[in-house]
Design a protein around this ligand. Structure first.
Ligand code: ADP
Ligand code: MG
Length: 257
């Protein structure tokens, strides 16, 4: 359904000296992936390994230097009319504090993508339904983001993403700004929604426990290169690449399941 072939993206770094050549950072190098309907792919790697850049390329928020993203066989390129794509592929942001407009009532924030993407139906009823589906009261719609906790704001951001009834959610570290207890609750919510709605998911996380819980497959990035990919259970049980082993060794071991 969502495919990427040979994606590369590099950034020019500030010159160290006026004489030297400008250095280039290859953030993502020749990465390919394919996501089937309902499939959940975790993207892991240490900080700076290119996870966010890859996600931005998949969302057509950034243009690759090489390679192509396709959705249901149609090319997805930044700049064009992407309404058709945005209705089907939605993003859950990392930071629930920065992602909502502080001057907009929560109901209007959730309603906005419905209007922008011309989703048919009664938007007021839909907003109430969306807020309920993420465990918030209907009166949340008339309040402002600062009146909510971080976990509640992340629920609002999830409700906003679900509005257009997408087939795929792309999420960049969606739990990392939350404290432990709230993280577990929002994780359970995402798991429940993804199961119930049959959504496909691309989840970027440095937390392998989260990926183990939510994802069928995992892609390991190191310096922008996909060094390992496979079924989550296989990769975590018997990582082939030394880098994956090092990543796993760096996290507290989870009990065997
Ligand atoms: N807009 C940018 N300009 C310059 N360098 C960038 C930019 N975005 C990302 N990078 C660099 O690309 C590399 C990968 O970054 P990123 O995709 O954010 O990694 P991750 O999300 O895995 O931490 C890093 O070295 C980062 O500094
Ligand atoms: Mg990142």
């Amino acid at each position: 359904m969502l495919t990427a072939s040979g994606l590369s993206r590099s950034f020019r770094l500030p010159r160290r000296s006026v004489f030297g050549p400008a250095a280039v950072r290859h953030a993502v190098r020749d990465v390919s992936l394919a996501l089937a309907p309902g499939e959940r792919l975790g993207v892991v790697g240490e900080s700076g390994s290119g996870k966010s850049t890859l996600l931005r390329l998949l969302l057509a928020l950034d243009r690759p230097d090489a390679g192509e993203v396709e959705f249901r066989g149609r090319p997805v390129r930044p700049g064009g009319d992407l309404g058709w794509f945005r209705r089907e592929v939605q993003m859950v942001p990392q930071d629930p504090y920065g992602s909502l407009n502080p001057r907009m009532r929560v109901g209007d924030s959730v309603r906005e993508p419905l209007e922008c993407l011309k989703v048919p139906g009664d938007h007021t009823a839909k907003v109430a339904e969306l807020l309920a589906s993420v465990g918030l009261d209907a009166d949340a719609a008339s309040r402002y983001p600062h009146q909510f906790s971080g976990g509640q704001r992340q629920r609002i951001a999830i409700a906003r993403a679900l509005g257009p009834e997408p087939a795929v959610l792309l999420a960049d570290e969606p739990f990392s700004a939350l404290d432990v207890v709230v993280r577990a609750q929002v994780l359970a919510l995402v798991q429940d929604l993804v199961d119930r709605l049959g959504l496909a998911l691309v989840l970027v996380s440095h937390d392998i426990g989260v990926v183990q819980q939510l994802c069928d497959r995992v892609l390991v990035l190191k310096d922008g290169v996909a060094v390992e990919a496979g079924a989550t259970a296989d990769v975590l049980r018997a990582p082939e690449h030394p880098y994956t082993r090092a990543l796993l060794a760096a996290v507290p071991r989870l009990p065997e399941v």
